[in-house]
Design a protein around this ligand. Structure first.
Ligand SMILES: Cc1cc2nc3c(=O)[nH]c(=O)nc-3n(C[C@H](O)[C@H](O)[C@H](O)COP(=O)(O)OP(=O)(O)OC[C@H]3O[C@@H](n4cnc5c(N)ncnc54)[C@H](O)[C@@H]3O)c2cc1C
Length: 405
């Protein structure tokens, strides 16, 4: 299937709307919630209602394969799939141009919602519609190696009984439910790991603490404990069978959809930093002039061109990964390539922009130092850069996760 990264009018309008939210809702409160860590940004409630309406109109969420009619460029009628994943990538890029932490804490847009969209059956999709769901995989002794999680789920009559501890749960306190990954049988490894929707208020589910962080301070990050926590057996997302070739697929399918979105977040914040840096340098007489030779450019100007090229490479990889997801094509390798490249480039650009603007970059009168702090997490969560490169290597070399660790 030939790749088509053409952005339809509908998606372009959607991205423009997200940009306006970023500019008029996020930016004005960005510094406020960076300082007031753990305080819920009430301004987002109204925004969430608007986004609910937009999602209902679109009829699908992130992770679903969406179909959209595209305007033909050559006069011939043509239908291509370019749906929810592309919309999520374009929207997230714009929202994170505004503020990464705020984008991460928009009600009902959690990572758990992406997991539900990726692996839930029809009945579960209906039942959990409208919930704000966080996602809890990471444990004190299982981060990158998510297959080694120790949280257990044991079937007892009509319920699963879940026991374990989860750390670094984004929106763990604010969400209505948490998608908890637990093993049905530790001896069976990754095949037995399943996601369970645990609703807030379920006895045995406890938010132990909130963490203080380097960046994305508008987003809450919680440690949760599950002690004999009973959830209805219908809350196991997807297939309850422990099939050797199926088990861990749920986690991976979720990541294939969410990694391009995290890459998009990185692109958004890097874009914000570059844009502001160009404005500040222009006020000092360093103008980016794309018509003149690269070799005649001032050092700072040449550096801006180099950073822009890196950003564009990351952006294209990300669009490709999202396009593949929308078209039902296996995209694990491309999703990891996009996440690895965008994560690294986002960190490098935001930090270089701090340097290029020196005191203005480092001080709190500008948001540049905040963007550099915020961008770091995008190279860590949803799988670190090193883990993404490992996944790409496995795919290219045809090795399993046991063969290449
Ligand atoms: C702010 C924040 C929010 C988060 N939100 C969530 C969330 O909502 N849900 C959730 O489940 N988790 C979440 N996480 C957890 C995050 O996904 C993990 O931190 C991440 O997967 C890395 O795990 P770790 O911290 O245990 O590091 P480790 O796995 O201990 O890794 C430490 C270092 O070693 C490297 N490394 C590890 N293994 C290898 C290898 N085989 N080859 C080469 N290098 C390797 C890593 O790349 C890293 O640099 C969040 C984390 C943070 C900080």
């Amino acid at each position: 299937m030939p790749i088509n990264l053409e952005i339809s009018k509908t998606l372009a309008t959607f991205a423009q709307q997200a940009h306006e939210v970023a500019e008029h809702v996020f930016r004005p409160i960005s510094r406020k919630y960076d300082r007031a860590e753990h305080q819920y940004p009430v301004e987002l409630d109204m925004l969430a209602k608007v986004m609910d309406g937009m999602r209902e109109g679109a009829g699908h969420g992130v992770g679903a394969v969406g179909r959209a009619k595209h305007e033909p460029t050559n006069g011939a009628a043509r239908e291509v799939r370019n749906g929810s994943n592309m919309a999520a990538v374009l929207g997230m890029t714009e929202l994170c141009w505004g503020d990464v932490g705020l984008a991460l804490t928009i009600p009902r847009q959690g990572l758990g919602n992406a997991a539900i969209a990726a692996v839930a059956n029809e009945e579960q999709m209906q039942r959990f519609q409208g919930r704000w769901a966080a996602m809890a995989i990471t444990e004190p002794e299982a981060g990158s190696d998510s297959a080694s999680i120790k949280t257990t789920a044991r079937l007892d009559g009509d319920h699963y009984v879940i026991d374990g501890e989860k750390i670094f749960v984004t929106c763990g306190e604010r969400a209505d439910a948490i998608v908890v990954w637990a093993t049905l049988d530790k001896t069976l490894g990754r095949a037995a790991i399943k996601p369970f929707v645990v609703e807030k208020g379920t006895p045995g589910l406890e938010v132990v603490r909130l963490d203080k962080k380097l960046g994305i301070r508008a987003s809450d990050t919680a440690t949760i404990r599950l002690t004999e926590c009973r959830v209805p057996r219908e809350n196991l997302l997807g297939n309850p069978d422990v099939g050797v070739d199926r088990g861990f697929a749920g986690v991976m399918k979720t990541f294939d959809n969410t990694r391009p979105i995290v890459a998009a977040m990185s692109i958004g914040v890097a874009c914000a930093a570059l844009e502001r840096t160009k404005e500040l340098l222009a006020s000092e007489g360093i103008i980016t002039d794309y018509k003149s030779s690269f070799y005649r450019a001032a050092a700072a100007e040449a550096e801006l061109y180099r950073l822009e090229a890196e950003l564009e490479a990351a952006r294209l990889l990300t669009l490709k990964a999202a396009w593949m997801a929308d078209n039902g094509l296996p995209n694990s390798k491309e999703a990891s390539m996009a996440k690895a490249k965008a994560g690294r480039v986002g960190n490098a650009i935001t930090l270089r922009c701090v340097e290029l603007c020196s005191s203005a970059g480092y001080g709190e009168t500008e948001l540049l130092e905040k963007w550099a702090r915020d961008s770091k997490i995008l190279d860590i969560f949803e799988g670190t850069e090193q883990i993404q490169l490992l996944i790409v290597a496995r795919r290219l070399l045809g090795k399993s996760s046991d063969q290449l660790k």
